[in-house]
Ligand binder design. Structure first.
Ligand code: PMP
Length: 765
């Protein structure tokens, strides 16, 4: 390092006048590389005048000026120095002194105390994080060739310092430092995969200035800027706070990261590496100090205190280990599990009501999902064999990105023109029979059924409804009447049909006796309506017959019922909330598998992969009659974000051939379950098709079967971390309804675990 050019105050004052046209009162400021002066005008404006070392890299100096110009343009109120041009408009003043060509640069002076000189608690670390993040955001578009500068402090270069470990005096310190270097070496490929940009790179406590209220009032010294992973920025700041002694407990650094993440989004992969980067920065301080001790004693003296604190702090960090700190950092950065894994049930009951349902004897606290996997707060993975809302897989990146992109652009409603809801409607309708040619968009399956029911009553003038026993169609007042639960509907306008014949499935012939029984049942139901002075307005059919017990009857069954309903003037409403979008495996729509052509189709759960959506598909004339009569507008239904989510889901289904997968994996799973059932006395018939399957649980009576089912479901969740549910009027059917990303290898895990759980639950019964 060359010494700063020797300049006195009178010379500096003359220079300010000649080059910048400013009359300044001058004081000297410290500087490692340059000669720095504080200049004050009569009106009280303060400047820093830098006389730049003749040996300094002109590219580096240029970078420092350009970055300040960039920041002034991108975030004018950011607390960084402002650069002033010379009287002739140049970025630098250029002059000769004693045959040396020197240059000068004039910046505004920022008041405040260095963060390094404040005591713990005197400054708001959260605000430090926020200001640094704001700066990094403004730096995103900045580039300069000097950012490729080779800096010994660049954390990525730590492995190159390995040889200098020999200068570390005690083996007690050398060992841990070498360990940290080894870990960082291994991390380099992951570091190289992280997003990188121009960063300040040296937000230590000397470069961050704190004002009276404990808030940041300045960030200075842009001489160590590099192009590097953006996570280096908070990592350096956090590490330096420890080695400067401003913070002694690493756990107390969280507010800085929290503030940073509030203004600049961090990725899980970045936060994962934070601990290693902080320890690596500590190691860098220790090794550089040791090297300087041998080669640059004056430089070593400058690092003395930092190095000894780094040694103690590194010891503390290594003792703590990465797990607890990383968990907390993920929490504050919003990239991981919330801390305090256990949720107080009493609090939940108080806030949501004790009747708010929970699955499993030991309720799960899930914090993350990916594909067919769910993760709880302790980090354990669960195979999801139950959830159909994440139709294309939990948090599918294509859908998540589509939602994020649209929500950042426009989120209005259908009272304004918007292209993508039309494209979505076209895509949904493209695979439907031609008379289904228009849509109404709502926010849930219940709302879709509610609209469909009003539409059917209007179209037919009939007020009666036919549903299946134990049907589930939703929660509004109108459709709750179509959701009878255990008994008959409480609503006299609603009649219930018996479930299809057990033991036969799609593709089988329906014996004449079974056809006669089904005919008698529908006649009975229609007669019951007639006796109440009603005719059927609609027959609602969940095409998977899920809550009725998961049935997959031959097409004759539905044909027989629907023709009779139609003859009596009723419409056929296919509720595709469960079976739609390819779950049956054989068809995109469940009604196709049932062999029926519905008048209205209702949709919900899987449409948005978690974004709340519902839809009603019908003939345009019917929809227009409904609109004329009632007017209809749903604030969120069909909004641009919903359209983006819906389109993305359809794209993934097609691209990843998920219907085909439901067929193939469903068949594979079914075969496995049938093998289990053959081998196990407590397991009976397999029901359903594709990736909506039921497995009957058998016991001496209904109560015992229900209890055994409950035990198996809970043993699977708690013991094997495999999630399924129970279904059916007697709650004796294992319900398997995973995201369509479920593959044969997942089916293997499930089959094996169900076999084990059935055996143990039975033994314990
Ligand atoms: N129809 C069927 C067949 C359903 O399974 C459900 C939900 N379980 C609904 C309608 C109601 O949908 P949502 O909960 O979105 O209102």
């Amino acid at each position: 390092m060359s010494a700063p050019p020797v300049f006195d105050r009178a010379e500096a004052q003359r220079l300010a006048q000649d080059v910048y046209g400013l009359s300044l009162t001058i004081e000297r400021l410290p500087g490692e590389r340059d000669s720095n002066f504080l200049g004050r005008t009569d009106s009280g404006r303060n400047y820093v005048l830098k006389i730049i070392d003749a040996g300094a890299d002109p590219l580096g100096a240029d970078c420092q000026v350009r970055v300040l110009q960039h920041l002034a343009e991108q975030d004018p109120s950011l607390a960084v120095p402002r650069h002033s041009a010379t009287v002739d408009g140049s970025d630098f003043g250029a002059f000769n002194r004693d045959g040396q060509s020197l240059s000068s640069c004039l910046l505004s002076f920022l008041p405040g105390r260095p963060l390094a000189e404040t005591a713990a608690g005197e400054c708001r670390l959260e605000n430090v994080g926020e200001v640094i993040a704001r700066m990094d955001r403004a730096l995103q578009g900045f580039f300069h060739p000097a950012l490729a500068q080779h800096l010994a402090w660049d954390i990525r270069r730590l492995p190159a310092l390995r040889d200098s470990c020999q200068y570390i005096e005690t083996a007690d310190l050398r060992g841990p430092v070498e360990h940290v270097i080894g870990v960082l070496q291994e991390r380099l490929p992951r570091l190289r995969a992280l997003r990188a940009q121009a960063i300040h790179g040296d937000c230590h406590g000397g470069n961050v200035l704190i004002g009276g209220a404990g808030d940041v009032c300045g960030i200075v010294d842009f001489g160590d800027m590099i192009h590097a992973p953006v996570i280096f920025e908070p990592a350096v700041a956090m590490s330096e706070l420890l080695t400067e002694g401003v913070v002694t407990d690493p756990a107390a650094l969280s507010p800085l990261l929290e503030g940073y993440a509030r203004l600049a989004t961090l990725d899980g992969a970045e936060v994962d590496l934070l601990y290693d980067l902080i320890t690596a920065r500590h190691a860098t301080t220790i090794v550089l100090h040791a090297w300087r001790g041998r080669h640059d004693p004056a430089g070593a003296a400058l690092l003395e205190e930092a190095a000894s604190r780094a040694a103690a702090s590194l010891d503390g960090l290594l003792r703590l280990g990465p797990v607890a700190l990383s968990r907390e950092w993920h929490r504050v950065a919003g990239t991981g599990a919330p801390a305090g894994a256990s949720i107080d049930l009493a609090r939940r009951h108080r806030l949501l009501g004790a009747g708010a349902e929970l699955f499993y004897d030991k309720p799960l606290h899930l914090v993350r999902g990916e594909g067919v996997w769910l993760y709880d707060a302790a980090g354990s993975a669960y195979l999801d064999g139950y959830n159909n809302v994440p139709h294309v897989g939990h948090c599918h990146p294509h859908v998540a990105r589509a939602i994020a992109r649209q929500t950042a652009v426009l989120a209005t409603h259908t009272r304004y023109l918007h292209e993508s809801i039309l494209r979505y409607a076209e895509r949904l309708l493209a695979g439907c029979p031609p008379h289904l040619d228009a849509c109404i968009f709502v926010n849930s399956g219940s709302e879709a059924n509610d609209v469909a029911w009003r539409m059917a009553q209007l179209a037919t003038g009939h007020a009666g409804a036919v549903i299946m026993a134990h049907a589930y169609h939703g929660i509004t007042e109108a459709v709750a009447a179509l959701t009878p639960g255990a008994g008959e509907s409480h609503d006299p306008r609603v009649v219930t049909l018996a479930p299809p014949p057990a033991g036969i499935s799609a593709g089988d012939m329906m014996a004449a006796s079974l056809q006669r029984a089904a005919t008698a049942d529908i006649e009975r139901a229609l007669h019951a309506l007639m006796e109440r002075g009603l005719a059927p307005g609609a027959f609602f059919l969940d095409t998977a017959l899920t809550s009725s017990g998961i049935y997959d009857p031959p097409t004759e069954w539905a044909e027989l019922l629907t023709s009779r309903i139609r003859a009596a003037g009723g419409l056929i409403i296919a509720d595709e909330v469960q079976y739609g979008l390819g779950r049956s495996g054989s068809h995109f729509w469940g009604f196709e598998r049932r062999g029926i052509v519905p008048d209205i189709v209702t949709l919900g759960k899987p449409l948005g992969n978690g974004y709340p959506m519902g839809a009603v598909l019908a003939n345009r004339r019917m929809i227009e009659a409904f609109q004329r009569k009632f007017g209809f507008f749903s604030t969120f239904g069909g909004n641009p974000v919903a359209a983006a989510a819906g389109l993305a889901v359809l794209e993934v289904i097609e691209r990843e051939r998920l219907r085909e997968n439901a067929a193939a994996t469903g068949a594979y799973l079914r075969a496995g379950l049938e093998r289990l059932a053959a081998a196990h006395p407590a397991l009976g018939a397999v029901r359903g098709s594709g990736l909506l399957l039921g497995l009957e649980v058998l016991a001496e009576d209904a109560a015992a079967a229900k209890s055994l089912t409950h035990k198996i479901v809970n043993a699977l969740a708690a013991g094997s971390r495999i999630l399924i549910g129970s279904e059916g009027p007697a709650a004796n059917i294992l319900k398997i309804r995973p995201p369509l990303a479920f593959r044969p290898e997942h089916a293997d895990l499930m089959i094996e675990a169900i076999g084990r759980a059935a055996a143990t639950a039975r033994e314990g019964a």
